[in-house]
Write a protein that binds this ligand. Sequence first.
Ligand SMILES: [Zn+2]
Length: 280
Amino acid sequence: MPELPEVEATVEYLRERVEGHTIVSASVTWARSVLPTPAPDFEKQVLNAKIETLFRRGKYVGMKLNGITPLYLFTHLRMSGSLDVVPTTFEVAKHDRVCLDLDNGKSIRFNDTRKFGRMRLCVEPDEVVGNLGLEPLGPEFTPEALEALILGKRGRIKPMLLDQGLIAGLGNIYVDEVLWKTRIHPLTPTTGLSPSDIEPLHGAIQETLREAIEKLGTDFGDGVVDGGMYRPKVYGRAGKTCSRCGDTILRTVVGQRGTHLCPTCQKKRRARSASKRKHK
Ligand SMILES: [Zn+2]
């Protein structure tokens, strides 16, 4: 499933090819991909709209459109979605759900085998992305902000880092990587973390995402992210050796998500006792 770095790579890819161009023909071949807008309305509303800018918010690809009225189009790729740009003469592929032909002879194809992805049209961005939390590479994401987000809440660290309403864009791959780097067990209760954990955690989130963006994300060979060169240290490496200590990487399940960790580097921690916290 594409996360922040993969979505960022998609935005860059699209920006070079479609920014500044106008949609001259639109067809939705799977109506649910554009819910809640009815497919005929979607086609009508994007027709003759100019794609002014491309941007990313969390795991959404954003497009600012200027047609009869200004609109935003947000695409969430979910499990298997991808946005490709091909010549308009290319035959529509089996899993292409939405095709947007442009005035430069190119066509944006929203391809989605498993059909969980969505293209949502809205007038105000907040209608779609209003509930998202902080951008982890944005100026507002400081160690202090991270501390306020997680030390003030009860829960386990991994589900909390995956919560898009707190931090937008982190997913299963990069959360496992970040926790391995900071030697934090994914099930650690946030009450088991101390303020001294925060700065390294903040640093690891930003470093990991920046490195992955530079490498165009992670390619698992499933055709979802082509050409990504990020090599995970723990994610997807169950049974292989931890590059730091030589122990064997384990796969477990945390909050229904496959989770990878090194049992030596990432020891379980308990909640710190109330009295200890009081005397801190
Ligand atoms: Zn290890």
